[in-house]
Design a protein around this ligand. Structure first.
Ligand code: ASP
Length: 618
């Protein structure tokens, strides 16, 4: 009897649906390619799918039939039906076929496959669609290069590893919805055609035909809308939503990406942290069976001091050790003049050869890292100490450094010096590199961390003004509000915000803040960021206006959904978790976008494109 719930197996589902709809039309399949087991032996079945591989053994032809559920072996027997076997031999890779026959027990079982105990002895074969030979093999370990796979993404997406990733992503969004809905969150869609704002990254813009000369922008995030929804009284909002940022691309960046975007009214920071720690723990538990335990917390200042980064990877130690005071005043100019002399202690690396150390020195000198040089102190297992700076420092002094950094015999101190911020960044990169080289960053170990108390403002040398470190709607900590009237840059830099990031394994998974909900304070913040009253009104007048009609205290967070997928699977790039990603030039090579517009379209949009001298004439 149908009670509104469909049964879990494919075959039973088909029967139930056929009973409801009274459909008598023939079915393409009775089972999927991952459904048949020993208990089905003797049944007559029909399967449909793609030819993944075929093996011709003379008297017998075997075909691996693939669909997204798995693979089932089909067997064609020359003695049994020679013409059919001949036809099977001619099937090419990736042909779409339908095969009917009887399930039988396999002589040679394949324990690595769910259907490995059985095979289908085929009596009827229909070619539903032939296929050209694919330009690369449709297996996890494919021979296809990146460009080729992106061009034929539909073939790439047939590969089991990518199917696994996209199914994971689908489950992750379902579970996210499940959890948030159970916590009273309401899913509300916000517009994609909005208005360009000068803050944040560069906007993608869309010309408006009906408003000649005017442009929409695609949202970098639904930030202002979700705050407006709090003013509108929805209390708890979420959306799994696409965001757009026109930035130069890196391996873990895409011009369009997905966020789990949330906002809550009548909350303090603690409420937001607990709710989203709960979501994260639930997702790891449900999808991976991993209990993350309570998340440690660290202030931004502490994270920088201990790891040189606001997103430290806590899977391993190698914390920073400050040698500035010990290293100064002994005549070594590079250290004497440095604002900071910082070290990490690489465990067990005292055995590094001269060449290995030279290679590390080259590594930190590359423009991507930009260090001037690398000093070391080697603490050998025989208790001797050797250093690249032993001309300036006595054995006793170097031992003092080792002691200060809690080095053990067999360890190697790696030391960088220079302006504090820069040196922290460089040493943080070196720490991650050493962590990777020493295999201290296993992909299946997960170390979450809340980073709290971010600065409100960040000084931009080039533009000569302050920017909001998170965004302009972030609330300063109540105790620091008086500092907002200071003219002193150092004081302004020291204003802390109620802003927080969730970091897992050194990747920023989420970030959010408690928001300003008071018009006056918001206007003050805009002034600090260099907006005139008119500019603030023109850009964000709607929000300032809304704050005058009963805005509740509120705050929220957004998780990078693609990144969360990648981190949960121990993958470095988000691309393998996005069905149709862009390449490094921001292009979709399958559909060949972006593309030029026809002159008529441009004319309708009132856009005139100046031809560059070096461009071929259209
Ligand atoms: N809108 C912010 C972002 O996209 C997140 C937040 O503050 O909720 O990073």
């Amino acid at each position: 009897m149908y009670n509104g719930v469909l049964p879990p197996t494919f075959a039973a589902r088909q029967r139930t649906l056929a009973a409801i709809t009274r459909l008598t039309a023939p079915m393409y399949r009775t089972h999927t390619c991952n459904e048949l087991r020993l208990s089905d032996v003797g049944k007559t079945v029909t399967l449909s799918g793609w030819v993944a591989a075929s093996r011709d053994l003379g008297g017998l032809t075997f075909i691996d039939l693939r669909d997204r559920y798995g693979i089932t072996q089909l067997v064609f027997d020359m003695e049994d039906n020679a013409p059919l076997c001949e036809r099977a031999r001619r099937l090419g890779r990736e042909y779409v076929i339908q095969a009917s026959g009887i399930v039988r027990e396999r002589a040679n079982k394949n324990p690595n496959r769910d259907t490995g105990d059985i095979e289908v002895q085929v009596a009827e074969l229909v070619v539903l669609n032939p296929a050209k030979t694919p330009p690369f093999t449709i297996v996890d370990d494919t021979d296809g290069g990146d460009d080729l796979r992106m061009k034929y993404r539909y073939l790439d997406l047939r590969r089991p590893c990518l199917q696994k990733n996209l199914l994971f992503r689908s489950r992750l969004s379902l579970e996210t919805r499940q959890y948030l809905a159970a916590q009273g969150f309401v899913e509300i869609e916000t517009p994609f055609l909005i208005k360009s704002t000068p803050e944040g990254a560069r906007d993608f813009v869309v010309p408006s035909r009906m408003n000649r000369g005017q442009f929409y922008a695609l949202p970098q995030s639904p930030q202002t809308f979700k705050q407006i929804l709090m003013v509108a009284g929805y209390d708890r909002y979420f959306q799994i939503v696409r965001c757009f940022r026109d930035e130069d691309l890196r391996a873990d960046r895409q011009p369009e990406f997905t966020q789990i975007d949330c906002e809550m009214a009548f909350v303090h920071q603690e409420d937001v942290l607990q709710t989203f720690e709960g979501l994260t723990r639930y997702l790891f538990q449900t999808l991976l069976g991993v209990d993350l335990g309570p998340f440690p917390r660290m202030t931004y200042d502490e994270a920088l001091r201990r790891f040189g980064s606001d997103k430290p990877d806590l899977r391993f130690g190698m914390e920073f050790c400050d040698l500035t005071a010990l290293a100064r005043g002994k005549g070594f100019a590079a250290f004497d003049q440095a604002e900071s002399v910082l070290a990490i202690c690489a465990p067990g690396c005292a055995s590094y050869s001269r060449r290995q150390i030279d290679e590390l020195t080259e590594w930190v000198r590359r423009p991507q890292i930009g260090a001037g040089g690398l000093a070391y102190v080697r603490y050998d297992t025989d208790d001797s100490v050797k250093s690249s700076v032993d001309r300036y420092y006595s054995g006793e002094e170097l031992r003092h450094w080792l002691h200060h950094c809690q080095a053990k015999p067999g360890d190697l101190l790696l030391i960088l010096a220079g302006p504090t911020e820069k040196t922290q960044k460089q040493l943080s990169e070196l720490r991650l590199e050493m962590g990777a080289r020493l295999q201290l960053r296993p992909p299946n170990v997960f170390k979450p961390l809340w980073v709290l108390d971010f600065p409100l403002l960040e000084w931009d040398e080039e533009e000569g003004r302050f920017f909001a470190m998170h965004h302009p709607f972030t609330s300063p900590k109540a105790a620091d509000i008086p500092k907002m009237s200071s003219q002193d840059h150092q004081v302004l830099k020291s204003i802390r915000a109620d802003a927080y990031d969730l970091v897992i394994n050194g990747v920023e998974i989420g970030g959010g803040s408690i928001r300003i909900h008071d018009r006056e304070l918001q206007s003050r913040n805009f002034r600090l960021l260099g907006f005139t009253a008119e500019e603030a009104e023109a850009q964000f007048g709607f929000l300032l206006g809304a704050f005058e009609y009963g805005a509740p205290p509120h705050g929220g967070i957004a998780f990078g959904f693609d990144r969360l997928c990648a981190v949960m699977n121990g993958a470095a790039s988000i691309r393998d978790f996005i069905a149709f990603p862009k390449n490094n030039q921001g292009r979709d090579v399958m559909i060949d976008a972006p593309d030029v517009l026809r002159p008529k379209q441009l004319e309708e949009l009132g856009i005139c494109i100046a031809q560059r001298a070096d461009e071929p004439k259209q």
